[in-house]
Design a protein around this ligand. Sequence first.
Ligand code: MTE
Length: 317
Amino acid sequence: MANFIRRPDWFIPESQVTPEAVYHNRREFLTAMGFVGATALVENALEAATAKDNLALYPGKETAYKVAVKQTPEEWAIGYNNFYEFHTRKELVSHPQIIGKFLTEPWRLRIDGMVEKPWVGDAQDLIAQMGKKGVIEQRVYRFRCVEAWSMICPWTGFSLSKVLELVEPKKSAKFVRFETFFDPRMAPGFQALRGYPWPYTEGLRIDEAAHELAFVATGMYGKPLPRQNGAPLRMVVPWKYGYKSIKSIVRIEFTDKQPKTLWESLAPDEYPFESNVNPAVPHPRWSQATERRLGTDERVATIKYNGYSAQVAALYK
Ligand code: MTE
């Protein structure tokens, strides 16, 4: 993706960011003061689950979502990443010097906006809650980056529709906006790409969000997500270009306005809001007709909606 050097007026300097220690101590403080029970009133379902408690939920129950083609070797999927908060070089994102300061536990997640029942709590509590409902699954999906590489991997998680059931969007909600963490102390890319309109944001129409295929991934290859792949939880929207699959989410907001996404703000002609995989529509700077499978030299034809036409084409009639 292109390098854009621009610094909007509203760029938040590092000095204004909540110190990490304050953020991380909050939960310990509440627990020590015996407030965890009391805050459940405000902070829905603060179950105080940890990633360790949730390990038993992996890999999740097998579902019909499988791909007949060979899976991408795990080392490629976890060693070749787009995560601009850390580094623009895909091979470097997972390097301990780059990802090493990224703490994904505790992880405060907010699901709010135009909903009947806002949910605020730790990401692991949401995962535990979904575990209790028995909705944690493993799905093998095709994943196609706009840069014309692709992978096939097993994800663990739950359908985003389960989140909609949980918070009950109001009739007025027409879109869902997703937001990634913003903490320059944990990720060097914020400093390196100062002009970007951080935090990384993405969005879906509400009917896309409600679609069975839109998936909240908490793991891959049978284990919790590695940090470089978007721990503790991320979106996987398999019929859209990879940048719609936002990582390390801190907020899911239901809104009546189409959200501005990071990539759309930088280059609207190249990264429009909808961004469904379509081999017939070239990116302004390259063809989208074929893709390279990660870990191979193989080039294969790209399929409309990334092969999920039967499921999603009706959304775009
Ligand atoms: N989410 C955040 N927060 N930051 C990013 O830079 N990159 C996107 C997407 N989600 C990105 C992100 C792009 S361009 C792709 S292709 C996928 O993450 C890559 O996911 P992977 O590294 O797990 O393969």
